[in-house]
Design a protein around this ligand. Structure first.
Ligand code: UDP
Length: 194
């Protein structure tokens, strides 16, 4: 997929529809995938912290999660087609997973938030397979979580652990699993749980 570089961060030049359809193919092929939904804060963090820059360079796709990114792309004369917000993409993917029978694992946020978010998803997308969830307060090297994911074999893993923490967790978890589209979704579970 073509990209537009903003301060060294390569953004996918894709509409929401194109992004979802690229991810649908990866899900069909059970191809391990790392998606970063990046807002201007993430771009600045990547500029300032080389470790974080290296971490997100490993992403298969970086989407423009914020109008600031779309405006910056326009200013440098390499426009991105539209904003591809993590929260909206998450909903598109829930709908897709419910329709195609793909399983979902949700990790992140406070315990009562994740419980509320899972209930909301089950209410909004009847029949969706949530094969596991857990709150986001754990040591990053906690091996029990990896074991849980290896057993559950989710097709889609949504990680809402906050910026940088979620990307770091995804990068260290991916080598231990055989499949899964992993996406960092920031504060999305808080919004979902309401
Ligand atoms: N969060 C988490 N574990 C942590 C820190 C944060 O699960 O160790 C969750 C937090 O509860 C919230 C989400 O990550 O649901 C996003 O947090 P925040 O808005 O602080 O992060 P940002 O993405 O703005 O950095």
């Amino acid at each position: 997929m073509e990209t537009v570089s903003i301060l060294g961060v390569p953004f996918a030049k894709a509409t929401m529809q194109e992004m979802v359809s690229a991810l649908e193919s990866r899900l069909e092929q059970q191809q391990k995938t790392f998606v970063v939904t990046a807002n201007p804060e993430i771009v600045m963090q990547a500029r300032d912290k080389p470790d974080f820059q290296r971490c997100i360079q490993q992403a298969d796709y970086i989407t423009a999660d914020g109008i600031g990114v779309v405006k910056a792309a326009q200013m440098i004369g390499q426009p991105l087609p539209e904003r591809v917000a993590g929260y909206d993409m998450m909903h598109e993917l829930f709908a897709l997973c419910a329709k195609r029978g793909w399983s979902v694992y949700m990790i992140g946020a406070e315990e009562e938030v994740i419980v509320g978010a899972v209930e909301k998803v089950q209410e909004l997308y009847p029949g969706i397979k949530i094969v596991g969830y857990r709150n986001g307060f754990f040591e990053l090297d906690d091996q029990t979580i990896i074991a849980d994911i290896q057993q559950a074999k989710p097709d889609l893993v949504l990680a809402a652990l906050g910026m940088a923490r979620q990307e770091e967790w995804i990068v260290q978890t991916l080598p231990a699993v055989d499949q899964g589209v992993f996406i960092g979704v920031g504060g999305s579970f808080d919004v979902l749980a309401g």
